[in-house]
Design a protein around this ligand. Structure first.
Ligand SMILES: Cc1cc2nc3c(=O)[nH]c(=O)nc-3n(C[C@H](O)[C@H](O)[C@H](O)COP(=O)(O)OP(=O)(O)OC[C@H]3O[C@@H](n4cnc5c(N)ncnc54)[C@H](O)[C@@H]3O)c2cc1C
Length: 261
């Protein structure tokens, strides 16, 4: 854990040049440093992103909301722009972990890490986000690949996340009482062209529920969810909740989210 070089580039080109060998980016360190301390991961170089100008900040237009990768959860939670354009996203950010985690952790670090129980992946998927990286723009449906796995290539830096501003949206989370990670989290959006329902915490990776989306497309109300059969097949089963319980909670959280839209 202690044997690594610490580098602090001031621009993205410099950062990209440093990503050789066993180097990795360091944002808030809220997931990376515990993994290194527990010896689950080891790196030769940590490339600190904090001094890179332009990686943090929030910009709103009528159609989209763009959040820089190094923007902290606390900044998103407190942002008037986010509160006005996508209030569900500000509420989600305010429910992540605890004040220490929210003050250090970043949106870019959260989605690059792609923890199966993290909140932001559900927001990205439900709000049809585009992930802007140092190399390309990745549509969210191609971004989250599996447990702790994304479409990012080695040395590819997330610069910003662009969210579609929805007509309606809400996030309902059944949190682990200790960490606040989602045992199940359901993010529902009514976008201009489609309804999206993204689920986190329940599987090995965030996923969309086509059954819930189809029910809500015909009738956007909590009662429309009643007749949907949410299968427990393939869902996580652990000390926090069985697969069957998670399937039940998905419906409960989906109804709660739709009622709050
Ligand atoms: C006690 C505790 C409770 C938590 N509770 C929750 C919770 O309730 N909900 C939740 O969603 N999360 C929770 N988290 C996780 C938290 O949100 C972290 O902030 C997040 O997972 C990682 O963000 P970070 O900025 O700290 O990234 P880091 O830990 O610095 O990095 C994580 C990974 O992302 C990579 N990375 C970072 N930035 C970029 C970038 N711009 N481009 C490409 N790769 C990048 C790093 O190389 C690393 O592999 C919790 C964490 C802790 C410690």
């Amino acid at each position: 854990m202690k044997n690594f070089n610490f580098k602090s580039p001031t621009n993205t080109k410099e950062a990209a040049k440093l990503t050789t060998g066993r180097a990795t980016f360091l944002a808030g360190g809220m997931s990376l440093l515990p993994a290194m301390k527990l010896r689950l991961a080891a790196y030769s170089d940590l490339i600190n992103l904090k001094k890179i100008k332009g990686l943090s900040g929030i910009k709103v237009s009528s159609k989209s909301l763009r959040i820089g990768a190094s923007t902290t959860h606390a900044e998103v939670a407190a942002s008037k722009e986010v509160g006005k354009s996508i209030s569900s996203l500000a509420i989600l950010a305010d429910g992540i972990g605890d004040p220490q985690v929210r003050n250090r952790g970043t949106i870019g670090g959260s989605i690059a890490n792609n923890d199966p129980a993290a909140d932001y992946p559900a927001a990205c998927l439900a709000l049809n986000a585009i992930i802007h990286t140092s190399k390309r723009k990745i549509p969210v449906d191609k971004f989250f690949k599996g447990m702790f796995e994304t479409d990012l290539k080695k040395g590819e830096l997330i610069e910003a996340i662009e969210f579609e501003v929805p007509e309606k949206s809400a996030y309902a989370k059944f949190p682990n009482p200790a960490s606040r990670y989602a045992v199940v989290g359901v993010y529902v959006t009514k976008l201009k062209k489609e309804i999206r329902v993204a689920i986190t915490g329940a599987g090995s990776c965030v996923f969309r529920s086509k059954d819930l989306e189809s029910a809500l497309s015909s009738n956007f109300s909590a009662s429309a969810i009643e007749s949907v059969n949410v299968s427990s097949k393939g869902l996580n089963s652990d000390i926090h909740a069985s697969a069957e319980y998670r399937a039940h909670i998905i419906k409960v959280m989906a109804k709660k989210a739709v009622s709050s839209c």
